[in-house]
Write a protein that binds this ligand. Structure first.
Ligand code: ADP
Length: 267
């Protein structure tokens, strides 16, 4: 009848709104689950160094430890505290990226080649210590971005490249711009590529390494002070800039991480 016909558009609008609300609820539940899992993981990751710290501190407090052992215990305590500081810093960075306020955080023009040069220079002493050569090349490219996040992104990739390199390894950072590649829907993309010839990542693990706390080789990661959050932060930072991050890697030969960020800037 006529009244029902008149109400039909209204009914379908209400139904559509209901579907949208249900989808939003599901989304919220998913986000809540991820948050809960993350908090559980963070607590677990903090418990281990804390147990080590309090264990050795208790031994030292007993006052009966020979000087030589006491120094060794103190160094272990220092290393574990440094690991905890790294973890806390990474968790803070992640929560900052997750914060909706951050979405509107001031973006500025950032030139990626000089930023990468700066970061490589910062890593030179560490690379030298490991006898790994490290260089940065390419062409200048400007994006609208958050400089400290971009710095963190490249630093995390470089830190990994060094961490998973063998002595006499080689790390190269390549910066440039690709003119409207097929996957960019016509937008030119700035790219930063970090290549190492280190241990590589098995194919079946490659899609998991961007998850929080996922580690391929737990002992190597921990030994070198890894928090398991570096690539999760890198991915968040890429997505924050409407970009992507990807990996190509082969075991025993090395890895290449590529970040792409849209750029409207000329040159
Ligand atoms: P971590 O602090 O453990 O390095 P990340 O999130 O930075 O955590 O990396 C996750 C895992 O991915 C690492 O534990 C490591 O197994 C693997 N990985 C990351 N970068 C590299 C690389 N350049 N070469 C080999 N493996 C890597």
């Amino acid at each position: 009848n006529e009244t029902y016909e008149e109400m039909r558009p209204l009914l379908s609008r209400v139904e559509a709104q209901q579907r949208q609300l249900m989808e939003q609820n599901r989304e919220l539940a998913r986000a809540e689950n991820i948050r809960r899992e993350f908090s559980a993981n963070v607590s677990h990751e903090m418990k281990t160094p804390l147990q080590v710290i309090s264990g050795y501190a208790e031994l030292l407090a007993g006052g009966k430890i020979p000087q030589k052992d006491a120094e060794r215990f103190a160094r272990i305590i220092l290393t574990e505290s440094a690991n905890m500081t790294d973890l806390i810093n990474d968790v803070l960075v992640l929560s900052r990226i997750d914060d909706p306020v951050m979405e509107n955080a001031g973006k500025e023009e950032v030139e990626l080649l000089s930023l990468s040069h700066e970061i490589v220079t910062r890593f030179l002493p560490l690379a030298e210590k490991q006898s790994v050569s490290i260089r940065c090349l390419g062409s200048s490219v400007v994006v609208d971005g958050n400089k400290s996040l971009l710095d963190q992104l490249v630093s995390n990739l470089l830190s990994n490249a060094l961490k998973y390199s063998d002595p006499d390894g080689e790390v190269v950072v390549l910066v440039g711009k690709s003119i409207a590649p097929p996957d960019s829907e016509g937008t030119p993309m700035a790219y930063i590529r970090v290549r190492d010839n280190g241990c590589g990542i098995p194919l079946e693990e490659q899609h998991k390494i961007f998850e929080r706390f996922y580690r391929v080789d737990k002992s190597r990661s921990k030994e070198s002070g890894g928090t398991g959050l570096g690539l999760a932060i890198a991915k968040h930072a890429a997505v924050f800039h409407n970009g992507t991050i990807s990996v190509e890697s082969s075991v025993g030969r090395g890895s290449v991480f590529t970040v792409r960020i849209p750029t409207e800037h000329e040159g």
